[in-house]
Ligand binder design. Structure first.
Ligand SMILES: Nc1ncnc2c1ncn2[C@@H]1O[C@H](COP(=O)(O)OP(=O)(O)O)[C@@H](O)[C@H]1O
Ligand SMILES: [Mg+2]
Length: 371
């Protein structure tokens, strides 16, 4: 990692003098007026609220890349991202990639794909591999109802990351990197555009590693897509990866019925992500704990029941993948036997049968991995 990032208050021929207040001033015009700006209870306009300013505290990553189970293709992309960081000086200075990409100082990565596939875990593990602390930022933390505070918060998290040499992770980054609004009619919309402009500028100046994660990559503004050097697509685990995930995720201390078929588990959980498996294992463990005594061991039945429930949740709960975005999974019908053996209402089968084959996934449709 190059040590070329200048304190933002320094004057630098390449980088114009810059500080958070300049950033605010640059964009103050339309925001400063009364329209659309939240007011405090006494009627005065709030431009700062130091008491509630979010803290961006660097933490030591606890999980390593060895814990991240990925198909080879994805792992190679992750390794490539690490190479970009590790060899930055060689690439940009010695081999003079700077001549074709003069403004790139740091490295920005985007990990995108279905939820629960290990993107946040991987971001933490990248920091672990680089021996750096990590600052996790979520949008709710930086978005402020007070005009001008959101850009200030964005600047602050970059400052903190620089100060501590931390990897900066923006989880669910689509909210902050979303498309800028092209017809700005209200000052609230203008504020969104200002925040994104500030984010772009910070990205250009930061020389560390920034990792974005998202389940909705289509929402990114094109300007960010270009700024981000490497995009890594996370997919739902293929059968082999599922196998490895089951091996990895079942804790050794968990009492499990001897001799049950892990292959069958992997097969039944096709279409689920690692995060779903964590929920499955936790649910099955709770069932075993409730029984207690001699029968207080996790059985294949406990796990299968939770797997069905996880399939159902994937199909029914949450926002559907976008039609032109990367497909999360295709669906298959559950057989009547499967439905009867699960906690899915049997009459839902009829509802599904009535649908045409190319209609939207039914409530009882269970996910299957992509071909
Ligand atoms: N590829 C994976 N390898 C190992 N564990 C995983 C993987 N994917 C998910 N998990 C487990 O599921 C949890 C949730 O995953 P997370 O990283 O939050 O997913 P995402 O950020 O993609 O939604 C992780 O903390 C981990 O325990
Ligand atoms: Mg995540």
């Amino acid at each position: 990692m190059p040590g070329s990032w200048k304190r933002i208050t320094e004057t630098d021929g390449e980088n114009p003098r810059y500080d958070a207040r300049t950033e605010e001033r640059d964009h103050a015009g339309p925001l400063a007026g009364p329209a659309g700006a939240p007011r405090s209870s006494d009627g005065g306009q709030e431009t700062g609220n130091g008491d509630t300013a979010p803290q961006f505290i660097p933490e030591q990553p606890r999980r390593s890349l060895d814990e991240v189970i990925l198909p080879d293709t994805v792992r190679q992309r992750v390794e490539l991202a690490l190479d970009l960081v590790a060899h930055h000086t060689l690439l940009y200075d010695t081999w003079n990639l700077r001549s074709i990409d003069p403004y790139r100082r740091g490295t920005a990565l985007n990990l995108y794909g279905p939820s629960g596939t290990g993107k946040s875990l991987c971001a933490e593990a990248l920091a672990h591999r680089l021996g750096r602390s990590v600052i996790n930022v979520d949008y709710a933390q930086i978005e402020s109802k007070y005009v001008g505070d959101t850009p200030k918060n964005i600047v602050r998290c970059f400052e903190e990351a620089h100060e501590h040499g931390a990897v900066l992770v923006f989880d669910e980054a689509d909210s902050i990197l979303g498309s800028r609004l092209s017809r700005v009619s209200q000052s609230a919309d203008h504020a969104v555009n200002v925040s994104r402009a500030v984010m772009l500028r910070q990205l250009d100046r930061f020389d560390g590693l920034v990792v974005f994660t998202t389940n909705f990559p289509r929402n990114y503004d094109a300007a960010f897509v270009r700024r981000i050097l490497t995009h890594v697509k996370f997919e739902l685990p293929d059968p082999e990866t599922l196998h490895r995930l089951w091996e990895r995720l079942l804790p050794e201390a968990l009492p499990i019925e001897p001799g049950f078929d892990r292959g069958a588990l992997a097969q039944e959980s096709a279409g689920l992500a690692g995060g779903d498996l964590v929920n499955v294992i936790t649910g099955a463990a709770a069932a075993a704990a409730r029984r207690g005594g001699e029968s207080g061991v996790v059985t294949a039945g406990d796990l299968m029941l939770e797997i069905k429930s996880a399939h159902r949740a994937r199909a029914e709960v949450g926002r559907a993948p976008e039609p032109d975005g990367p497909a999360e999974y295709t669906v298959r019908r559950l057989s009547r036997e499967e439905v009867l053996g699960s906690n899915v209402a049997p009459d839902a089968v009829k509802a599904e049968d009535a649908q045409s084959p190319d209609s939207a996934p039914s409530p009882v449709a269970a996910p299957e991995t992509q071909a």
